[in-house]
Design a protein around this ligand. Structure first.
Ligand SMILES: C[S@@+](CC[C@H](N)C(=O)[O-])C[C@H]1O[C@@H](n2cnc3c(N)ncnc32)[C@H](O)[C@@H]1O
Length: 215
């Protein structure tokens, strides 16, 4: 996601340590202390401007959510929305999702969302894709046994790569959609910014997968 630099972003981030952290390693194993109530924890890696995670937090007050986003000017947009309308079950982490195992203890996370991750189409950049095997290993570590990954994309190449990568990692596919929006039985889909923008140009692919093997 390319966004214009927002000179106000670092100041806003520094002013709201109750909503956002830039040192998520400090909360490893202690994330529940940042929320009003201890309850199941779900995280999104690469939240963009936060439309999905904010709507999820509103619809599911019984779940705690963490949005992890690497770009300062992007996570600041989510933060600005939260400052205007705080949600007791949503926290932000300005960080690189590659380091999830440094941010969460094993089994601390119940579900992980990847929405419209950067496709990195060049083969030599495959290791940067958020469904590359090294990322999957990190997700497996922090997710509870049978914890799910929910992955959506409009990018066919990334979808095919992710199916193969998850399969080679030994994950079980609970459900796969080749055209999510054409499935009238899906009633609870929460659209992301990218999904709203790009679904007019082609299908949205979705995978729900779990790690099968014992840790
Ligand atoms: C294409 S955008 C999609 C945003 C949003 N999920 C949506 O669907 O509208 C991908 C986002 O992932 C973020 N991102 C990419 N790599 C990341 C990483 N390693 N850790 C955290 N965020 C990352 C980017 O900064 C960008 O905001």
């Amino acid at each position: 996601m390319r966004v214009r630099n927002k000179p106000w972003a670092p100041k806003l981030i520094n002013a709201h340590p109750e909503l956002i952290t830039e040192t998520p390693t400090d909360y490893r194993g202690k994330w529940q202390s940042r929320f009003e109530k201890a309850q199941p924890l779900q995280i999104e890696v690469g939240s963009g401007k936060g439309q999905f995670i904010i709507e999820m937090a509103k619809r599911h007050p019984e779940i705690n959510y963490i949005a992890i986003e690497i770009q300062t000017s992007v996570i600041a947009v989510i933060l600005r929305k939260l400052v205007d309308e705080p949600l007791p079950n949503l926290q932000l982490a300005h960080a690189d999702g590659q380091a999830v195992t440094a941010f969460f203890e094993p089994n601390e996370v119940d579900r992980l969302y990847l929405n419209f991750s950067d496709p990195w189409p060049k083969k030599r950049h495959a290791k940067r894709r958020l469904t590359y095997k090294s990322f999957l290993a990190g997700y497996q570590d922090v997710l509870k046994p049978n914890g799910q990954i929910e992955f959506k994309t409009d990018n066919r190449g990334l979808f095919e790569f992710s199916l193969t990568s998850m399969n080679n990692f030994g994950m079980a596919f609970e459900q796969v959609w080749l055209d999510l929006h054409a499935d009238e039985t899906v009633e609870d889909n929460v659209e992301t910014e990218y999904e709203q923008k790009f679904s007019q140009f082609g299908p949205i692919y979705k995978i729900i997968a779990t790690f099968k093997s014992e840790k």
